[in-house]
Design a protein around this ligand. Structure first.
Ligand code: AMP
Length: 193
């Protein structure tokens, strides 16, 4: 199996690139943000709980997030592998993911991080808000909060996988195809390693 973590701050292009990577590597794309938005759309209790955090740009508690992720993985056992997008965002989430994969004799193949600077992120998300309808994209102070959470809590997840020599960073600024080429290059290299 190929188990990729697509990593990077909000607005770094993870969702866009995941769509292309799914096609090339034939993997199941699991975005915890998308799963939460679908729960919110269906007005489930989980969705209602998640919304209160997402509206502030804060992280949904680990227990809720890990439970939802595990359920999605268990519902889709017969796949060639997964692209985890927006997960793991904390060390406990990374540890839960590692343990879950290990229980099936699997592991993370590679974490690929998209590097994009803060000002570019703010510009991209404010622009995305015009079409995404996402309230967490429309307000600059919420965007800046999401960026702080990324730096304070999430960025160390890259270090967790760096210790296992699995972290790779690519420049996330450029055309969609250009960035995709950079990602495919490091993923292909990690597949033969
Ligand atoms: P995203 O679509 O990945 O930008 O996520 C949107 C929001 O959903 C985040 O700002 C968090 O509030 C929540 N969220 C998504 N994934 C996670 C996660 N792995 N852990 C905690 N909260 C998450």
């Amino acid at each position: 199996m190929i188990n990729l973590i697509l990593f990077g701050p909000p607005g770094s292009g993870k969702g866009t690139q995941a769509t292309n990577l799914v096609e090339k590597y034939n993997l199941l794309h699991i975005s915890t943000g998308d799963l939460f938005r679908s729960e919110i759309g269906n007005k489930t209790p989980l969705g209602l709980e998640a919304k209160s955090y997402m509206d502030k740009g804060a992280l949904v508690p680990d227990e809720v997030t890990i439970g939802m992720l595990k359920k999605k993985v268990q519902e889709n056992p017969d796949v060639k592998g997964y692209i985890f997008d927006g997960f793991p965002r904390t060390i406990p989430q990374a540890e839960a993911l590692d343990a879950m994969l290990m229980a099936n004799s699997q592991e993370i193949t590679s974490l690929v991080a998209l590097d994009v600077d803060d000002e570019e992120i703010v510009k991209r998300l404010l622009n995305r808000a015009k079409t995404s309808g996402r309230s967490d994209d429309a307000d600059e102070s919420i965007i800046r909060n999401r960026l702080s959470v990324y730096k304070e809590t999430t960025a160390i997840v890259a270090g967790h996988y760096e210790k296992k020599d699995k972290t790779h960073t690519v420049n996330g600024v450029g055309g969609i195809d250009e960035v995709f080429g950079r990602l495919a290059e490091v993923i292909d290299r990690s597949l033969v390693a």
